[in-house]
Design a protein around this ligand. Sequence first.
Ligand SMILES: Cc1cc2nc3c(=O)[nH]c(=O)nc-3n(C[C@H](O)[C@H](O)[C@H](O)COP(=O)(O)OP(=O)(O)OC[C@H]3O[C@@H](n4cnc5c(N)ncnc54)[C@H](O)[C@@H]3O)c2cc1C
Length: 293
Amino acid sequence: MCWLRDGAAAAPTAIFIDGFGEPATMTNGPDAERETKSRTDDEYDVAVVGGGVAGLSASTFTARDGLSTLVLDAGESILRRNAHLENFPGFPAGVNARLLLEMLGDQAETAGADRQTATVETVETSDTDEPSESDGHGFVVETVDGQRYRSQYVIAATKNITDYLDGIEGVGIVDRGKSYVDTDERGRTGVDGLYAAGRLAEKPHQAIVCAGHGAEVAVTLLEDADRGFYHDWVAPEGYFSDRDREVPPGCEEIDAAEREQREAASLDAMSEYFAEPHPDEQETHPSLREESE
Ligand SMILES: Cc1cc2nc3c(=O)[nH]c(=O)nc-3n(C[C@H](O)[C@H](O)[C@H](O)COP(=O)(O)OP(=O)(O)OC[C@H]3O[C@@H](n4cnc5c(N)ncnc54)[C@H](O)[C@@H]3O)c2cc1C
């Protein structure tokens, strides 16, 4: 389900830019002008490898700031094995973890991100290949099916899977029985433009921590891309402008009518999400699955 696409809500936040790394034209408001950036279907500002909690959270932030964002996900978030998620803030009675992943995915799409179910086989810096038409640098991401995407930035969020990064010089892999990517405190790896988020970046094995880290890494990327002071905030009308302040990049002021419309849409959407038990079966550890087959 994607509630925005079903027409149940309108929260226009997808924005586009003229070129990589340039400040976005703010189009967060409903009346805002939209600019489209010419690019081919397989060229993105940001490729997110892994669409579990960290990757989906990161993609929501990069897409909401107007970076064209693609999430490539093999569909095996370890959170799918959870029996009932009781410590993710915002759900006082807990939540079905498969439902939460679905909602995170829908939120990323609503923000403007594209999603593909695919396993990434390699990520390489594009100077080992033909230069990108956009700016001559970045990455080439290739899936096991042979689909190739170019992006200026890559956020890796694949928990303990690192083999697809083997072709890039400068990525530190930490082996502690499981593999992790060595990063600084903001998720930067040793390679410019390549970030790691969530468990892969050695964050604690909790969904909210990994989701929060995905958001932090995305904001770090936006800062590194020099896209201006950035808070992704929706504020009441006049909050900045009545104090003779510019509405800062990433922020939006909405009036009371717009706020009521968005709240009504959110009530409808949430009622739909929670109307029935989620249809996906709870998954278990692969070794137990094999035993029971
Ligand atoms: C049984 C169980 C119960 C749990 N219960 C809780 C709980 O109650 N509360 C809590 O906070 N945490 C819980 N967790 C932990 C939580 O699930 C993880 O900490 C969290 O999911 C990590 O997020 P992540 O985004 O880093 O990784 P994941 O959510 O695992 O996402 C990684 C994604 O990367 C994808 N991927 C991997 N390789 C590739 C590739 N080459 N190409 C494309 N995609 C790829 C995977 O398919 C996956 O979708 C539980 C874990 C388990 C096993």
